[in-house]
Design a protein around this ligand. Structure first.
Ligand SMILES: NC(=O)c1ccc[n+]([C@@H]2O[C@H](COP(=O)([O-])OP(=O)(O)OC[C@H]3O[C@@H](n4cnc5c(N)ncnc54)[C@H](OP(=O)(O)O)[C@@H]3O)[C@@H](O)[C@H]2O)c1
Length: 317
């Protein structure tokens, strides 16, 4: 298993700028530190800036941002564009997992909203800076995936009964599909996108789980100790996202163990559908001239068209 530093060995990122969401805890913190050691300037948007500053010291700059609040995401993006010309790396590591039922914005399920919609809006806001970099990369930190994973199109926000694991799984699949479609939109503009699974790592992500749940899942033994061989270190967890950011070649790929996996057969269709749905919900999009260059099915694009015409009716803030 590689570590972050092994992946970045011999790569000089001096003069490059990275934004790492969640870059002050767990995997994101290891990503931030490794990028900093490789010479990059790292900016970490933080829901809790005081904690971020304490954890990061001089490793990165911290700016307040809550992914569950689109006005906060917009403010961060606007500030970034005011102070920086280009953005070389956007790594979206922030997430919540298996939390109690929580609603944000206009009633969105929080895991989908924070883990996916917030990052979707952030990417749209930072788009001008991404296209100004010579070869920008967006890496969505996802999770393990299986062919059974689904977006629950009939009830994305779990209005008919909340299931915390299904909601987390849906949000992590959304990360994969988001990167897949973003790459289709971005390739012509020099913006490549990937998703990456970090593996199992003991971090505060598990804060909503009880010891009993983690024992039942086989993550902890009956002695409360981590199951042997299951967890890797944050530095190992950071390796695949950083490999995707610097070495992967198949744009849109889902990466695991520092290699690319083949997409699932339905990914193109699902990814485009999710993109349109996300644009409609958030009222955010990347500029129309970027979208026009892709093959767009005629169905299900009302949200996108409304937004592009400045007539979105579902603004959340
Ligand atoms: N750990 C694992 O075993 C594992 C396995 C598979 C996938 N992953 C994925 O790896 C990524 C990193 O996970 P991790 O284990 O490093 O988790 P972590 O240590 O809990 O870090 C998550 C980060 O996200 C931030 N965050 C949460 N809600 C936010 C919001 N509304 N706005 C802005 N930031 C917010 C957290 O900030 P606060 O501390 O202020 O809340 C924290 O900095 C996640 O995408 C996760 O889904 C992890």
């Amino acid at each position: 298993m590689y570590t972050a530093d092994e992946v970045l060995h011999g790569i000089d990122l001096t003069g490059r700028t990275a934004v790492v969401t969640g870059g002050y805890s767990g995997v994101g913190l290891a990503i931030t530190r490794a990028l900093n050691r490789a010479g990059a300037r790292v900016i970490v948007p933080a829901r809790r800036p005081d904690v971020a500053r304490r954890n990061l010291g001089a490793t990165a700059e911290t700016v307040e941002m809550d992914l569950g609040d689109l006005s906060s995401v917009d403010a961060f993006a606007t500030s970034y564009l005011r102070h920086h010309r280009a953005l070389d790396f956007l790594i979206t590591s922030a997430a919540i997992m298996a939390c109690p039922e929580t609603r944000v914005g206009p009633g969105w399920e929080a895991q989908f909203a924070v883990n996916h919609l917030g990052h979707f809006a952030l990417t749209c806001g930072l788009w001008p800076a991404l296209t100004r970099a010579s070869a920008a990369r967006v890496v969505a930190v996802a999770s393990g995936r299986s062919p059974e994973d689904r977006i629950r199109w009939h009830d994305v926000h779990f209005t008919d009964g909340y299931q915390k694991w299904a909601a987390y799984g849906q949000s992590k699949l959304a990360n994969v599909l988001f990167a897949h479609h973003l790459d289709r939109l971005g390739a012509a503009h020099g913006v490549r996108a990937f998703s990456a699974s970090p593996g199992y790592i003991r971090t505060p992500l598990q804060r909503h789980l009880t010891i009993a749940e983690m024992t039942e899942a086989g993550w902890l033994g009956t002695d409360g100790e981590p199951a042997p061989g299951l967890f890797c270190t944050p530095e190992q967890g950071a390796a695949t996202p950083l490999w995707a950011a610097t070495a992967a070649t198949q744009g849109g790929a889902y990466c695991t163990d520092c290699r690319e996996s083949e997409p699932y057969p339905h990914d193109d269709v699902e990814a485009e559908r999710l993109w349109r749905y996300s644009a409609k919900l958030t009222g955010r999009a990347i500029p129309s001239d970027s979208i026009a260059s892709t093959d767009s099915p005629a169905d299900d694009d009302s949200g996108q068209r409304e937004f592009l015409a400045g007539r979105t009716s579902t603004e959340s803030d």
